[in-house]
Design a binder for this molecule. Structure first.
Ligand code: ATP
Length: 271
């Protein structure tokens, strides 16, 4: 897959966080709300899919894909929407959301209700890796969303999803391993892990957890012809994770710039 277009859009999205674009009165906007284990992200795009604004906040209101603090989730979603509306000077009316694969019957309703509690109408509920692929655009390959609580995988053949799974290993487990190894609290390990200057030290410590993620990818892909794997999600931000996954998987592995923002942007593209 050619990630050049996706990378360019992701750069533009990141630039929007501090410098939102101007919008015209009555302009149609497309919103994606991503309720994650570690972050809540709200992305706004124009009708051509170009980023207009993006706000995000660290939050512990979702665990392994389940909304565990409903009121807290609604408060943060409302706050992010309010910030964007104030910056853009318009009201956000519609949005799309996403949930981890296989959790639809359990939690699709809760995520939709959080979105609607902000006053927006929720017009679509995607599974996370499928949403990510709306930006990535692989026709034959696996999109692997390594988030905070879980790893979600969609396998595509001829542009169609043929396998979609979610398993509970993600960045939270990386932080737990790091906390144990360095005698830190979980919160300190979580912060330490996110600093790029610490990645060279962190990578070998969390290597067994990366290998667990790789075995999950292996299982999801078995029985399919998967020529490439694309890593997205916040945990894919870890420098060098792609090299270790590639080595153990024996399949070509790609990673876009700013992988944490791929799913939120894909959700907005699908809106
Ligand atoms: P889930 O998909 O499991 O519901 P989520 O949507 O919150 O969770 P993401 O936002 O994709 O998941 O990823 C969150 C994880 O990414 C956290 O564990 C966080 O520590 C990790 N993460 C974020 N930034 C970095 C970074 N720069 N380096 C390493 N890990 C990072």
């Amino acid at each position: 897959v050619d990630l050049e277009g996706a990378n360019q859009r992701l750069e533009e999205l990141l630039a929007c966080v501090d410098h939102p674009k101007a919008v015209k009165e009555g302009q149609r906007l497309y919103c994606g709300l991503d309720l994650g284990t570690a972050f809540i992200v709200l992305v706004v795009l124009d009708e051509d899919g170009n980023p207009v604004d993006c706000k995000y906040q660290f939050a512990s209101v979702v665990k392994d894909g389940m909304v565990v603090d409903y009121v807290g989730a609604c408060d943060i979603a409302r706050k992010l929407k309010g910030q964007i509306e104030e910056e853009l000077g318009v009201e956000l009316e519609e949005c799309a959301v996403a949930i981890p694969p296989e959790t639809g019957s359990l939690d699709g309703g809760a995520v939709r209700n959080v979105a609607e509690s902000t006053g927006m109408e929720c017009i679509a509920v995607f599974d996370e890796p499928t949403a990510a692929n709306l930006l990535i655009g692989t026709k034959d390959g696996a999109v692997v969303d390594i988030g905070g609580g879980t790893t979600g995988i969609s396998v595509f053949e001829d542009g169609k999803v043929v396998e979609c799974i979610d398993e509970s290993t993600g960045g939270t487990h990386f932080s737990l391993v790091l906390a144990g190894a360095k005698g830190m609290t979980f919160d300190d390990a979580e912060r330490y892990k996110r600093q790029p200057e610490n990645h060279r030290e962190v990578l070998p410590i969390v290597a067994p957890t990366i290998d667990k993620v790789t075995s999950i990818i292996q299982r999801a892909c078995s029985g399919y012809d998967v020529p490439e794997v694309i890593l997205v999600g916040g945990t894919a931000e870890l420098t060098g994770i792609e090299d270790r996954v590639r080595k153990h998987l024996g399949i070509e592995v790609h990673k876009p710039n700013h992988p944490m923002f791929v799913t939120p942007m894909g959700i907005a593209l699908g809106c």
